[in-house]
Design a protein around this ligand. Structure first.
Ligand SMILES: NC(=O)c1ccc[n+]([C@@H]2O[C@H](COP(=O)([O-])OP(=O)(O)OC[C@H]3O[C@@H](n4cnc5c(N)ncnc54)[C@H](OP(=O)(O)O)[C@@H]3O)[C@@H](O)[C@H]2O)c1
Length: 253
């Protein structure tokens, strides 16, 4: 039994970023053609596109502000004319923010987290789900975070955006399930990516002590969960918030 996404078209937002690039490449390795979305990092997106093309998959790069409806609509036009309508969307992009306490956090950080977390998921659904409904098939996968369950000090802007998107996605799962579309979230822990490999900062003993599996996850661990949720193996799973964090958080039943 393998994960086979041959013939599927995937869109990954923030695909030039730390986790997005591994998610995009992994979906391509599973057989999907991939739209590599970026915001400002055109060169990084082009490097991801080249790697996907080298695997023999079709790929294109496309820029958009995921918090802006016109920009997301223009992205759809570019993808549909270049690759076709996406079967799989991975809402992964997130705006930068400062880690600081509520009383010091600029209001602009709450607004940018609202746009990049909540509105991204609303706009991506409005823009890409109707064509999935026509085809009676679709996969909406959003990247959340363990932080949404931890609610640690200094994380309020991020956590409020991520908890807000959770609400949108759970409702969406109920609204579009009858059309053969699943809607799920992958929630990474503090994850090792190329940035850590370059800085040799993979090991974080204080954090690892809090993780039952006693290690940090990797970008590939996250991409593996996305590939599973994108595949037919996960065809009966929807509305899930799936931590991929070594057990650092455990949603209750
Ligand atoms: N890394 C972790 O340890 C970790 C842990 C838990 C959850 N997560 C989640 O995983 C996802 C990816 O995180 P990451 O660490 O890979 O982040 P990252 O490297 O900062 O990548 C985020 C990407 O989002 C894009 N972006 C930012 N603002 C945007 C906007 N307004 N419109 C469109 N795109 C925008 C950026 O694109 P450009 O670079 O092209 O400008 C960037 O590549 C996020 O949802 C994050 O919350 C990550």
């Amino acid at each position: 039994m393998t994960i086979d996404l041959t013939g599927k078209i995937a869109l990954v937002t923030g695909a030039a970023g730390e986790l997005g690039r591994t998610i995009a490449l992994t979906l391509a390795r599973c057989g999907a053609d991939v739209a590599v979305h970026y915001h400002r990092n055109k060169d990084g997106a082009e490097r991801v596109r080249e790697k996907i093309a080298a695997l023999g998959r079709r790929a294109l790069t496309v820029s958009a502000d995921v918090g802006d409806a016109d920009s997301v609509a223009a992205m759809r036009e570019a993808i549909v004319s270049g690759l076709g309508a996406p079967d799989i969307i991975v809402n992964n992009a997130v705006a930068q923010y400062q880690w600081t306490r509520v009383l010091e956090q600029p209001v602009a950080d709450y607004e940018s987290q609202f746009r990049s977390c909540v509105l991204q998921n609303v706009l991506m659904a409005k823009t890409f789900v109707p064509a999935m409904m026509d085809r009676k098939y679709g996969r909406v996968i959003a990247i959340n975070t363990e932080c949404a369950m931890q609610n640690f000090s200094t994380q309020s802007a991020y956590v409020s955006g991520k908890r807000g998107m959770d609400g949108v996605l759970r409702v969406l799962a109920k609204e579009v399930g009858e059309h053969g579309i699943t809607v799920n979230q992958v929630a990474p822990g503090w994850t090792i990516s190329d940035r850590d490999r370059a800085a040799r900062s993979e090991r974080q003993p204080e954090y690892e002590k809090l993780v039952p599996l006693r290690r940090r996850g990797s970008d590939q661990d996250i991409a593996n969960a996305v590939a599973f949720l994108a595949s037919d193996l996960a065809g009966f799973i929807t509305g899930v918030y799936l931590p991929v964090s070594g057990g650092s958080v455990m949603p209750g039943i």
